[in-house]
Write a protein that binds this ligand. Structure first.
Ligand SMILES: NC(=O)c1ccc[n+]([C@@H]2O[C@H](COP(=O)([O-])OP(=O)(O)OC[C@H]3O[C@@H](n4cnc5c(N)ncnc54)[C@H](OP(=O)(O)O)[C@@H]3O)[C@@H](O)[C@H]2O)c1
Length: 320
């Protein structure tokens, strides 16, 4: 059967190499190029088997692909997405460059379960950040159905494994600094993911503030987000709201017990629970969600979007 040619820019990075592995196992896609910068010319093993040889960015035959995934750092990615589009190639940008709240350009925000109809047939999709995927999918039924109290503050404490910071060496991410330790970072409501989350909440017509405090987990991959949401009125059976909203979704799992990162590792899923908080004057919900930052938070969701853009089954080539 004819395979659709796709390329990966930034293929030697954490998100890029997971993308290459997904593409190589995909029944309808063929990897026609994979770029690296410092590691250009190297051949690397892919997770789950197979190999890939990296070409330098300037040697990439962009127009040989029907779709390009850009897993380049933010700031660098936008230029390569522009070049891809100029070559008539569809693009999924995994960086923050094209996301709502970060650009005035009208680019589809690829939070798939929320924007599926727009992603279908789109030429360019900005893939959401890893934290925003876990948080916004977790909050989606409350945002869409008008349950968030007007003027409320949604408070989010979330923790990510160290692959969330990419492969660039940093002293504060050395094993000895991370292991047997747990710390917050980006404190003061300053993390760059806040832009897209605020913009999305506003797009949903919700008047609320967000407090977002990220933490660094002493593990490689995974995100756990814990959110408190003041409500307009108490919900008798909170979980039923998520079950109704997501009952047809293949990559959303609603659970009674607190989600755990080990249950979503290497999977393209968001696991969510919701519970009423006791002993508060204002009706308030606790929502907890877990994802793999490199799968549903990056490569997996990017492939989910690419499948839709190319008219393929959304779940094709994705681990359940
Ligand atoms: N990590 C996550 O959990 C995650 C989740 C969602 C979204 N994202 C986004 O996805 C993108 C990739 O993240 P990552 O964590 O995979 O990053 P990474 O591990 O640091 O990899 C970056 C990739 O870009 C290449 N690169 C760096 N500078 C370049 C330049 N100036 N020109 C061309 N290529 C260059 C690197 O090549 P060399 O290594 O060969 O130099 C590498 O292949 C980022 O925009 C990030 O924000 C990441």
């Amino acid at each position: 059967m004819h395979k659709i040619p796709v390329g990966v820019l930034g293929a030697s990075g954490y998100a890029g190499r997971d993308l290459c592995a997904l593409v190589q196992r995909h029944p309808r896609l063929e990897l026609v190029f994979a770029s690296a910068n410092g590691r250009r010319g190297e051949t690397a093993e892919l997770p789950g088997g197979g190999q890939v040889t990296f070409v330098a960015p300037d040697d990439v035959p962009l127009s040989s692909a029907a779709l390009v995934f850009s897993a380049l750092p933010h700031g660098t990615s936008a230029e390569w997405v522009r070049r891809s589009r100029d070559a008539g190639v569809r693009a999924v940008d995994l960086s923050a460059d094209m996301r709502i709240g970060n650009t005035d350009a009208d680019v589809i925000y690829g939070l798939t379960e929320a924007r599926r109809d727009e992603v279908k047939g789109a030429e360019l999709v900005a893939n959401p950040g890893c934290y925003p995927t876990s948080i916004l999918i977790g909050l989606l039924p409350l945002l869409e159905d008008g349950h968030v109290a007007s003027g409320a503050t949604i408070s989010v404490s979330a923790a990510s494994g160290v692959t969330g910071a990419g492969l660039t060496p940093r002293a504060d991410l050395l094993f000895g600094e991370v292991t047997e330790n747990f710390r917050a970072y980006g404190i003061g409501n300053t993390h760059r993911h806040l832009n897209e989350m605020r913009a999305f909440v506003a797009e949903e017509g919700v008047d609320a503030d967000l407090i977002f405090t990220p933490h660094l987990l002493p593990m490689a991959r995974g995100i756990l987000a814990t959110m408190t949401v003041p409500l307009t009125a108490p919900l008798v059976d909170p979980l039923a709201l998520w079950q109704r909203r997501f009952h047809n979704e293949r990559f959303i799992e609603i659970v009674n017990t607190p989600p755990e990162t080990r249950h979503v590792a290497h999977r393209n899923v968001v696991r969510i629970t919701a519970h009423t908080l006791a002993h508060l004057r204002q009706p308030t919900l606790l929502v907890v969600s877990a994802i793999d930052n490199l799968m549903k938070g990056a490569a997996g969701q990017a492939l989910q979007n690419a499948n839709l853009m190319l008219g393929l089954d959304e779940a094709m080539g994705l681990p359940a």
